[in-house]
Design a protein around this ligand. Structure first.
Ligand code: SF4
Ligand code: SF4
Length: 171
């Protein structure tokens, strides 16, 4: 019976940190029925992505595999899976919890750091050229308002993105 006890400890080793995160609370309700995978539009076009598999690996304690792969970043947060899960596992929110862990472990795709860096510097994800600004009245759009970059900097620093986005800028 010792083996059984060891197995139980292993199974819960990664799901516990996920479960204790905002959004990850429901992960241990999963009984691997696969409804999420069959409802997922991303899984339909990308065989690399399978929400049931992400949950399974997390429950099995395969932390490194889950957070170092690109899979958790492929979810488009449509919540199809979450609406259909018979166990009411909040799958999209579990994936957000996994992304937060991946980010803390420095496994996020560079594009997110680029976004943070753009926000930190300009208050916008995408720079807007003077040409486009001048065109706004032609389309009945009001002038752009200041972006509140200082407030954004405080928020990004508070959530730990300040330092990482600066590293991205230095690349
Ligand atoms: S639908 Fe729910 S219970 Fe079924 S595999 Fe997905 S998360 Fe698990
Ligand atoms: S929320 Fe993510 S995992 Fe769920 S169905 Fe949509 S893309 Fe798939």
């Amino acid at each position: 019976m010792k083996h059984g006890k060891e197995e139980k400890t292993t199974v819960l080793s990664f799901s516990n940190p996920v479960k204790s995160r905002l959004g990850g609370e429901t992960i241990t309700r999963c009984y691997q029925c696969g409804t999420c995978a069959s409802s997922c539009p991303v899984a339909k076009i990308n065989p690399q992505f399978n929400p049931r598999e992400i949950i399974k690996l997390s429950l099995l304690g395969e932390e490194a595999e889950v957070i170092s792969s690109d899979a958790v970043w492929l979810c488009c947060s449509c919540y199809n899976c979450q609406e259909r899960c018979p166990q009411k596992v909040e799958i999209a929110d579990v994936i957000y919890a996994l992304r937060n862990i991946a980010f803390e472990e420095q496994h996020s795709p560079d594009i997110y750091l680029e976004f943070a860096s753009a926000l930190m510097n300009n208050g916008r994800l995408i720079p807007i050229s003077k040409f486009l600004e001048k065109k706004r009245p032609d389309y009945g759009l009001p002038p752009l308002q200041p972006t509140g970059v200082e407030a954004l900097k405080k928020i990004l620093s508070a959530i730990g993105l300040g330092g990482q986005s600066q590293k991205e800028e230095a690349k």
